[in-house]
Design a protein around this ligand. Structure first.
Ligand SMILES: [Zn+2]
Length: 412
């Protein structure tokens, strides 16, 4: 069997892939931090699907989490052993973010709908299309009777959208991965499938709590308006950080560090009360050359100045902090192999990129394991009306199939 016959075997599964993706997206897998049920039901569905597709080695690793109804967060691993000793992992995630503003969706977010070559639904792109693509890519080898060159493990993790504690970090703590493994994380991509992400920015999510003094809105001088102090602080911080940390690196998209105010807790007050407490947060994605703790010191200094001026208290804390992991070399085996498979299937020339998002590649890179982040995707993760273009998971499944088969392609 050659590459084009294997590609055809994948393409023959197109309709089944669409069906499986839609069935999976219908099962809500939002994490408990967003008041969701976790991944238990979706995990069960995937175990049943893998069985139905003929896989024999399916394992579930459950992390204990009392904040979900089942008390467990599943991680599913589907394996197909190859002829060599080398191991190749594809790590995708089962969980999704919530729908966000429900009114912004044209169709209900958890009732996937196929419209002119696209599947609409929460999690269609992030990360459903690639999870399903990796499964059907490996299934093509099973069906065609090709042994993979590698011992392939498809890993469907929980908890990727909120810190990885019950997902990839849990699996790493079980000692499943070791140096010399090849890791593909299909959780970022560009529309033509040419971008291979080899480095990520540092990340800091910072919570800001402003304590003032509540009073009647007609006599603001009797209190300290926490909302107003929060607003002044927010603007002072972004102005200062954006002007101080403005270095660029064209490997990254966007090429600059980003400093964004994001969530804001409702203070729940009536219109004629001066708020005594206001909480909001920042999301920072910082080029690896800048130090998070230096940025935090700048934020503290601005807070100290505003505290003196206003009498308010400003407390800062990390919701999450991740210092940029080492870069995966463009000459590493996983990048070279993946590039060859992309070129063979898609005919595009792969190029290395850096991103601001954090993926499951970071913990591997910290362990000295080379990880390549890649997929073909329109780039609407977390948006309202998120969709996957059907052609992307199909052609990405072909890339996986060619990558998994490696040297064994042509020997059958
Ligand atoms: Zn994702």
């Amino acid at each position: 069997m050659n590459a084009s016959e294997l590609k055809k075997a994948v393409a023959d599964d197109r309709d089944e892939m669409v069906q499986s993706l839609c069935d999976m997206l219908r099962i809500v897998a939002v994490g408990p931090e967003s008041k969701g049920p976790g991944e238990a039901e979706r995990g069960k569905y995937l175990v049943a699907l893998a069985k139905r597709l003929g896989f024999k080695s399916i394992e579930v690793f459950e992390s204990h989490d009392p904040s979900v109804p089942t008390g467990r967060r599943p991680n599913v691993i589907v394996r197909l052993d190859g002829v060599g000793k080398k191991r190749l992992w594809v790590i995708s995630h089962m969980d999704t973010v919530p729908e966000g503003d429900a009114d912004a969706w044209k169709n209900p977010p958890f009732e996937p709908k196929v419209v002119s070559g696209k599947i609409y639904g929460r999690g269609a792109e992030d990360n459903g299309q690639e999870l399903i693509a990796s499964l059907y890519g490996l299934r093509a080898l099973l069906r065609c009777g090709i042994a993979p060159e590698f011992n392939v493990g498809l890993v469907f993790v929980a908890d990727e959208e909120h810190g990885n504690t019950h997902g990839i970090d849990f699996l790493i703590s079980k000692g499943l991965f070791r140096k010399g493994d090849l890791v593909v994380v299909p959780d970022h991509g560009d529309p033509d499938g040419s971008a291979i992400e080899v480095v990520e920015k540092s990340l800091a999510w910072v919570k800001v709590e402003v304590i003032g003094k509540q009073t009647h809105a007609s006599t603001p001088a009797h209190g300290i308006n926490a909302f107003e102090v929060a607003a002044r602080y927010m603007i002072a911080v972004v102005d200062r950080l954006r002007s101080k940390y403005k270095a660029t690196d064209e490997l990254f998209d966007p090429p600059v560090s980003t400093f964004a105010p994001t969530s804001c807790e409702a203070n729940g007050l009536n219109v004629n009360t001066i708020p005594g407490r206001q909480v909001f947060s920042f999301d920072f994605r910082v080029l690896p050359r800048h130090k998070i703790r230096v940025i935090m010191a700048d934020m503290r200094a601005i807070a100290d100045g505003l505290e003196k001026k206003t009498g308010a208290k400003i407390k800062l804390s990390y919701i999450q902090k991740a210092v940029a992991a080492p870069k995966t070399s463009v000459d590493s085996e996983v990048v070279v192999r993946l590039s060859a498979a992309i070129m063979a299937v898609k005919g595009v020339k792969p190029r290395p990129v850096g991103i601001g998002g954090g993926t499951c590649a970071a913990p591997f890179r910290r362990m000295g394991i080379d990880a390549a982040v890649w997929s073909t995707a329109p780039g609407n993760a977390h948006d309202a009306n998120e969709y996957a273009r059907i052609r992307d998971p199909v052609s990405d499944a072909q890339v996986y199939a060619v990558l998994f088969a490696g040297k064994n392609l042509g020997r059958v």
